[in-house]
Design a protein around this ligand. Structure first.
Ligand code: 13P
Ligand code: SF4
Length: 377
């Protein structure tokens, strides 16, 4: 088997300046990703067999995000694990009986699993798989922002470090942010939101909540372009437009459905259309197409396959996850996620609140009746 070398690439992301966190001034910073080569068919089959065997031997389960390589999505499901959005990844890892979780996604997903299950071993294929939202919200700057707004309830998106979560009153993912902020607003609370300005803007427009915002963004969703999308819609008049709310407001405004990765899947299944234009990471296409074989899915336009496109609709850090590394970490125990226990305890509070809120909502309780669950930490 060859070594399946990874190609290192430079990735630009935005770092909101602290004094301008509620505005739009950002410094451009550089991070990197390493994208693995595709294995040959023989290597691929051998790696899958090895992973199946190791999962059993090590009492381990795979938890994969919809944006990772299709092989890691399919293998997770085939072996009794899960492919899902970030909210269900957290819940599944917490509730599963396995003693080892192999989390394919980006760093914050592994950290959230570890915070919720400190007794479990959490392994990730590549510990350097990060996220521009996490990178763009360093804890010291974020803490200063919180200190400047002591009267606000701090609502933090899941795509952040454990240290940032530990400063939060509430954690949200894109599948529950709307309901949680609406419930907080109805209780009269003013919100400090971080880090994604596009998701925050969407929530603010939908709920009318009083929100001050960190100015971060996702390098993938930030790329979707409304002008080009309008042109595409004209050439596909019957298509429905599905948009992840990390996209810019002008793109969200063109959507027939807006929501998290799992909400996009649900809309594709339930909407009365045969064609869909999808504005989210193109890793989603695998599940969209396999679950809806008769339907056509088209990628929403980004800046183009040129130097002006930072990500071209695929997250370079999600792309770091590969079969070879899943096999390697299972075999060696490398790439274990560690979270300082005291920090983990503090970060767990807002996550537990979110999970309790969403579980109660799912069980049929209306958000207003969840008021006893709501309040600053
Ligand atoms: P979801 O919570 O919708 O899965 O999104 C996670 C993410 O990183 C989107 O870019
Ligand atoms: Fe972060 Fe965007 Fe990648 Fe999601 S797609 S992990 S938000 S950089």
């Amino acid at each position: 088997m060859n070594t399946l070398a990874k190609t290192r690439m430079d990735v630009e992301y935005e770092q909101p300046l602290q004094e301008a966190a509620s505005g739009s001034v950002c410094a451009t910073k550089h991070a990197w990703a390493r994208v693995p080569a595709e294995p040959s068919p023989t290597e691929r089959a051998a790696l899958k067999d090895k992973i199946r065997r190791l999962l059993k031997e090590k009492n381990a389960v795979m938890v994969s995000h919809y944006y990772v390589h299709p092989d890691l999505q399919d293998l997770a499901e085939e072996t009794g694990g899960l492919v899902s959005d970030s909210l269900e990844m957290a819940r599944f890892g917490r509730d599963h009986a396995a003693t080892t979780l192999v989390v394919s996604g980006v760093r914050f997903m592994g950290e959230t699993s570890k915070i919720l299950s400190p007794e479990k071993r959490v392994l990730m294929p590549d510990l350097d798989a990060t996220c521009s939202l996490d990178l763009g919200c360093p804890v010291d700057d974020f803490s200063a922002f919180c200190d400047a707004h002591p009267d606000r309830t701090v609502v933090v998106y899941a795509n952040t470090s454990a240290a940032v979560k530990a400063r939060a009153d509430w954690l949200v993912t894109s599948s529950c942010a709307l309901e949680i902020v609406r419930a907080l607003k109805d209780k009269g609370e003013k919100i400090l939101w971080a880090p994604d300005r596009h998701l925050g803007g969407y929530i603010q427009r939908e709920t009318g909540a009083d929100m001050v915002m960190w100015g971060g963004s996702c390098i993938v969703h930030d790329e979707f372009k409304s002008f080009e999308l309008e042109a595409l819609i004209k050439t596909h008049p019957g298509a429905k437009v599905l948009v992840h709310p990390e996209s810019p407001a002008e793109v969200v405004a063109l959507a027939d459905a807006v929501g998290s990765t799992s909400a996009i899947l649900k809309a594709a299944r339930e909407m009365d259309a045969n064609e869909f234009i999808v504005a989210t990471d193109n890793g989603m296409m695998h599940k969209l197409r396999t679950l809806n074989p008769g339907k056509v899915f088209i990628e929403a336009p980004t800046a183009g396959n040129s130097a002006t496109c930072k990500s071209c609709a695929h997250c370079p850090w999600m792309a770091m996850n590969c079969l070879l590394d899943v096999a390697r970490v299972l075999e060696t125990g490398a790439n274990e996620i560690h979270v300082d226990p005291a920090l983990g305890l503090r970060a767990r509070q807002p996550i537990d609140r979110m999970l309790a809120f969403t579980a109660a909502l799912k069980a049929g309780q209306v958000p207003g009746s969840l008021v006893p669950l709501i309040g600053a930490a």
